[in-house]
Design a protein around this ligand. Structure first.
Ligand code: B12
Ligand code: SF4
Ligand code: SF4
Length: 310
């Protein structure tokens, strides 16, 4: 099988596994991103996300993660749904966390993908990644032509919007690379205008330490009083800069059964959230990404919202 046939086979398998888009880049040093990441860290925009300070070199070069790496295969998995939490007054959970934890769902697919490649192409050295490892997911997806990085710093695909996860395979296999596409944000500034905490400090730069997603998911200590009253009822993550993005009017619902929210979660009333017990939390979120905050963390966020509305 030649390089172009191998690339075609990989694209077909990506689609069969349910990934909506698949793109390829040549593995190498991320020259453009290096000074930007360095500046972002130097300015403390990672707040208390200390994991962002580690593995600086690996984060910028996949060849430091996989010996002999030649290609990065970037993959998108849609999580958009038109199902909503029914009580408009209930504390809001980000759409990406409605169903089963995406790390588990995607890892399973990626492992099957690597097995497929080894069975059909041969002894390939490679690793699979989704979110948790020191890889700049968005930068690789952009390089692979899967979208542009918008002013809200999310990767946007012109046909699918931005409600998807990004994953990748790093392989020591030479494949046919794709070309990046252009930026279609144009003169729009909807995300910057809508961000309640002014976390998008300039177009294309999010100060992570000011983002509601950071305060409600990553920050283990108390949420600073300076942002009291600004969370627009978000209790886990925040979807505002995606909700207002015109490119998300093209989003279509996902087909991933494991991402479906339970009826119980969607029907929770404001009062149910206020009274949530550890047992209910376990039942609702046992296999969900919401376990990242734990019961205590979610309670803390709900209490912060309540304090803000008093
Ligand atoms: C740390 C992190 C966060 C932090 C920091 C956010 C951030 N923008 O970095 C917090 C907790 C705030 C966060 C929030 C969210 N996250 Co997050 N997060 C990550 C993580 C782990 C690392 C991202 C990273 O490397 N940041 C470092 C900075 C330097 O990167 P950056 O912001 O992209 O910076 C680039 C640009 O700013 C640009 N740049 C810098 N300066 C300048 C100047 C100019 C002029 C220009 C043009 C560009 C430019 O260069 C930088 C380097 O490429 C990735 C997973 C991964 N391993 O990649 C997920 C990831 C980015 N998150 C994701 C998601 C879904 C979210 C949320 C939507 C979740 C939610 N609903 O609450 C929000 C969105 C908030 C937002 N608007 O960004 C997805 C994004 C999917 C997509 N479509 O893009 C990812 C890729 C996870 C995944 N694998 O699916 N996240
Ligand atoms: S996720 Fe929310 S707080 Fe964070 S940048 Fe977007 S709108 Fe602002
Ligand atoms: S809301 Fe507008 S400026 Fe922001 S990412 Fe979407 S298109 Fe770009």
């Amino acid at each position: 099988m030649n390089r172009s046939e191998q690339t075609r086979l990989i694209r077909q398998e990506a689609a069969r596994l349910g990934f909506s888009h698949c793109g390829v880049s040549k593995a190498g040093f991320l020259e453009e991103e290096a000074p930007l990441l360095e500046k972002w860290l130097k300015n403390g925009m990672h707040g208390k996300m200390h994991y962002m300070e580690t593995h600086f070199d690996k984060r910028l070069d996949p060849r430091k993660l996989v010996d002999g790496a030649k290609s990065v295969v970037s993959l998108l998995l849609n999580y958009y749904t038109d199902k909503k939490q029914e009580d408009p007054g209930a504390p809001k959970i980000s759409m990406y966390a409605y169903g089963k934890d995406y790390h588990d769902v995607i890892k399973k697919k990626l492992k099957a993908f690597l097995d497929f490649i080894r069975a059909h192409i041969g002894e390939v050295n490679g690793r699979v990644f989704v979110d948790s490892a020191p890889v700049l997911d968005k930068a690789w997806a952009k390089k692979s032509g899967l979208g542009w990085i918008g002013k809200n710093t999310n990767l946007i695909n012109p046909k699918a919007g931005s409600y998807f996860f990004i994953a990748e395979l790093i392989l020591d296999l030479e494949l046919e690379p794709d070309a990046p596409i252009q930026d279609y944000c144009g003169t729009c500034s909807a995300c910057i205008d809508a961000c309640p905490t002014d976390a998008i400090i300039q177009p294309y730069v999010v100060d992570g330490s000011k983002c509601i997603s950071y305060f409600t998911i990553e920050l283990k200590e108390e949420i600073p009083v300076q942002v009291k009253g600004k969370f627009e009822n978000w209790a886990f993550g925040c979807d505002i800069c995606q909700q207002v993005c015109p490119w998300n009017s093209f989003s279509t619902p996902h087909h991933e059964r494991e991402f479906n929210a339970s009826d119980e979660l969607l029907k929770m009333k404001k009062s149910d959230w206020d009274e949530i017990t550890e047992d209910v939390f376990q039942k609702l979120f046992k296999h969900s990404a919401v376990t990242r905050t734990g019961f205590k963390g979610l309670k803390k966020n709900i209490a912060f919202l309540k304090m803000s509305s008093d």
